[in-house]
Write a protein that binds this ligand. Structure first.
Ligand SMILES: Cc1ncc(COP(=O)(O)O)c(C=O)c1O
Length: 373
């Protein structure tokens, strides 16, 4: 299996990792601290820095208008359109990009259509298909963890009704890329009743030169929607703001499915301020790189297989029971990702602050010393 090529196993690697610990960082059987450190959240791919200072200030200033229905919708949409070189008619807002995914699944696959998606991938598109409403075709990832576009295409061709294809690039939970050119090839040749949601939630973290956005399609193809979020690099997961970019006809179809005023006043003003704070975005990416390095160094030291990532999370192999591993991490005050079937021999860890990743690495070393991983 190709993913095993990332593995470097061996007892010596594990022992080396453990022997490198200082007395201060060796918490194996230490008595519980009087004030245990606060729980750290490495579970939901959030931004550990918080939100941009400019966004925070915009929220505070925005208090003055909290009694009014939101007025800041058009300015944010215009700012997003300018950022992406599109027109305002192309942009739809959501209470998180998850609402955009919901609108798109409904618009593209109903009634009685088929949703084609990878396995594993981000779960929301399937969730919004609703029980029994749509046919679901789940297609395993390729051995190198890209979407299997050929197999997905077969699922699309064999459907009799409308088809909605969900492509998460980079993919959550694996962090891996599907070649952008191959996605382009499929979109270029797809019939109109096959629509594409290209979820680019982690776009800002990608540095691979072969990767590009699917936004180039939205002027000519009404069957393509690109979803983006303020929850990751902008650190606004709790504020709930995302958006979709699509052909004006598609955007207006989707708008009919949204809740009016779905993005609240604070989300709108914070989103606009954050878009202008390129320094914060740069810092978020730099902190993510540092945290990733700490985790990767630990995985290497311990000989733990880790998948290549283009995101703010890492998927690494667990020897033993995944659920027990998650509980053990929780007992040490560290929340890591949930299980992602069928990859139940891997755990997903989101990248936190460098000191949080040191704590995660320390926990892994102790687990290795205890023979648990
Ligand atoms: C691929 C992907 N899409 C969408 C979302 C949802 O983002 P939002 O917070 O904007 O709803 C997530 C959240 O983790 C995600 O990983």
């Amino acid at each position: 299996m190709q993913r095993r090529t990332f593995v470097q196993t061996g007892l010596s690697a594990g022992l080396l990792g453990v022997s490198g610990l200082s007395a201060r960082t060796r918490p194996a059987q230490a008595a519980p601290a009087a004030h245990p450190p606060a729980e750290i959240r490495l579970s939901s791919n959030e931004n550990p820095l918080g939100i941009s200072p400019r966004a925070r200030q915009a929220i505070l200033s925005g208090m003055a208008d909290a009694n009014r229905y939101p007025q800041a919708r058009a300015p944010l949409i215009e700012a997003l359109a300018a950022t992406h070189g599109v027109r305002s008619e192309n942009v739809i807002l959501g209470a998180g990009s998850t609402e955009v995914l919901k609108m798109a699944v409904e618009a593209f696959a109903r009634p009685a259509g088929r949703l084609v998606l990878a396995s594993p991938t981000y779960e929301d598109a399937e969730w919004y298909a609703g029980p029994g409403n749509l046919e679901i075709a789940k297609v395993p990832l390729t051995p190198d963890l890209a979407h299997d576009l050929d197999a997905m295409r077969k699922e699309a061709v064999s459907a009799s009704g409308p088809v909605c294809v969900y492509l998460c690039n980079p993919n959550n939970p694996t962090g891996t890329l599907t070649p952008s050119d191959a996605i382009d090839d499929w979109i270029a040749s797809a019939p109109e009743h096959v629509s594409f949601i290209v979820d680019e939630a982690y776009f800002d973290f990608v540095t691979d030169p072969s990767y590009h956005t699917a936004l180039g399609w939205i002027t000519e193809r009404p069957n393509v929607l690109v979803a983006r979020t303020f929850s990751k690099v902008h650190g606004m997961a709790g504020i709930r703001l995302g958006y979709g970019i699509a052909h004006p006809d598609t955007a207006s179809r989707l708008r009919r499915l949204q809740v009016r005023n779905n993005a609240n006043h604070f989300a709108l003003v914070a989103g606009r301020a954050s878009l202008e704070d390129s320094e914060f975005v740069r810092r978020s990416i730099a902190v993510n790189e540092r945290g990733k390095r700490i985790a990767k160094d630990c995985f290497n030291d311990l000989g733990i297989e880790v998948l290549p990532t283009h995101t703010n999370f890492l998927m690494h192999r667990i020897e033993g029971d995944l659920r027990r591993h998650i509980v053990r991490m929780r007992e040490r005050g560290i929340r890591v990702g949930r299980p992602f079937p069928p990859m139940l021999e891997y755990n997903r860890v989101s990248i936190g602050l460098p000191e949080e990743m040191e704590r995660f690495a320390e926990a892994l070393r102790v687990f290795r010393q205890s023979g648990w991983i």
